[in-house]
Write a protein that binds this ligand. Structure first.
Ligand code: 3HC
Length: 284
């Protein structure tokens, strides 16, 4: 099977980024979300980010227009996936929502379609078990901002077939990304390594080791990270970081993953980072 038509479920930050790269690399893509306002916002974001790439000579105006023409928006999941060979799910990280979405995808996508999840913290094996096609379910974990970051973790669930893996790795390469094979363990590789660093930076704030700006400066200038860990945590969302740390802590059972109390306090207070205007830093 070769992938011709695609669909992305969920029009938030990750979903619109994934639809952006699929459309730009020649795949017709149906972007699906029950929230029609979010769908329209996603189209505006994709258009703005494509223009950014045109301004930087990373693509051309013709390629931008062609990409926008390949993008369709729909609130109807059954309709959106009807002719898809590959569906990428990017809905909120809650198991009941994932179960519901994968049940619908399984019922309405063609029998040979691959169902991929962009989850960062839910088991691919568990997601696959919500369907009657576990061999065709796989993790396709992109990174924010999707048009810029060149990695895709391709996560094999317990029953994912090697044919499914090969097709998805090929699509990732087609998107100019580097696919890395990862087994289905909590946090995969990316978040298992990244989140303890972010958590430790938050412990440093809580214990007064240094000011937040200075903690970030240490990692930017001393380790050449493009963003310090606290800026990155604000960029990812403090609620998302807390959720991933809780999954690591619960499922691996090691105290080294215990979320810092200051992270919990900020999430409880609604200071979730860039998206709420305040996290470890303030945003205009
Ligand atoms: N769409 C298209 N292009 C974009 C873009 C977007 N959404 N966002 C940024 N860009 C482009 C810019 O146009 C610019 O292009 P250029 O290099 O050709 O000039 C380039 O990306 C750099 O952007 P800026 O100049 O605006 O800003 P910076 O140089 O500060 O880079 C950044 C911004 C790329 C976000 C950089 O700070 C970075 O790499 N940060 C780390 C991001 C990161 O670690 N992401 C992973 C998060 S973890 C995750 O997603 C997993 C999840 O499970 C938690």
């Amino acid at each position: 099977m070769s992938v011709q038509h695609t669909a992305v479920v969920g029009a938030g930050t990750m979903g619109n980024g994934i639809a952006h790269v699929l459309a730009l690399h020649g795949y017709p893509v149906a972007l699906i979300d029950l929230d029609e306002e979010l769908l329209e916002d996603a189209r505006t974001t994709i258009e703005r980010n494509l223009s950014r790439q045109v301004d930087k000579d990373a693509t051309t105006s013709d390629a931008k227009e062609a990409a926008l023409n390949r993008l369709s928006l729909t609130p109807d999941t059954a309709e959106g996936v009807r002719s898809a060979d590959l569906v990428v799910e990017a809905v909120p990280e809650e198991q009941p929502i994932k179960a519901d979405v994968f049940g619908t995808l399984d019922a309405h996508a063609p029998d040979d379609a691959i169902l991929a999840s962009n989850t960062s913290s839910i088991s691919i094996t568990w997601i696959a078990a919500q369907t009657k096609r576990p061999e065709q379910v796989i993790g396709m974990h992109f990174f924010n901002p999707v048009p810029v970051m060149t990695l895709v973790e391709v996560v094999r669930g317990q029953r994912t077939s090697s044919a499914t893996f090969d097709i998805v790795a090929e699509v990732a390469e087609d998107l100019d990304k580097n696919p890395v094979a990862v087994e289905d363990y909590p946090g995969f590789v990316s978040n298992r390594v990244l989140m303890p660093m972010i958590n430790e930076a938050i412990f440093c704030v809580m214990e007064g080791v240094a000011e937040p700006e200075d903690i970030d400066t240490v990692m930017e200038m001393g380790m050449n990270h493009p963003m310090g860990p606290l800026t990155l945590a604000d960029f990812i969302g403090l609620d998302v970081c807390l959720h991933i740390l809780e999954v690591l802590h619960d499922e691996l059972g090691d105290d080294k993953y215990r979320p810092c109390p200051l992270l919990r306090r900020k999430v409880t207070a609604g200071q979730l980072g860039r998206k709420t205007g305040e996290g470890f830093f303030e945003y205009g």
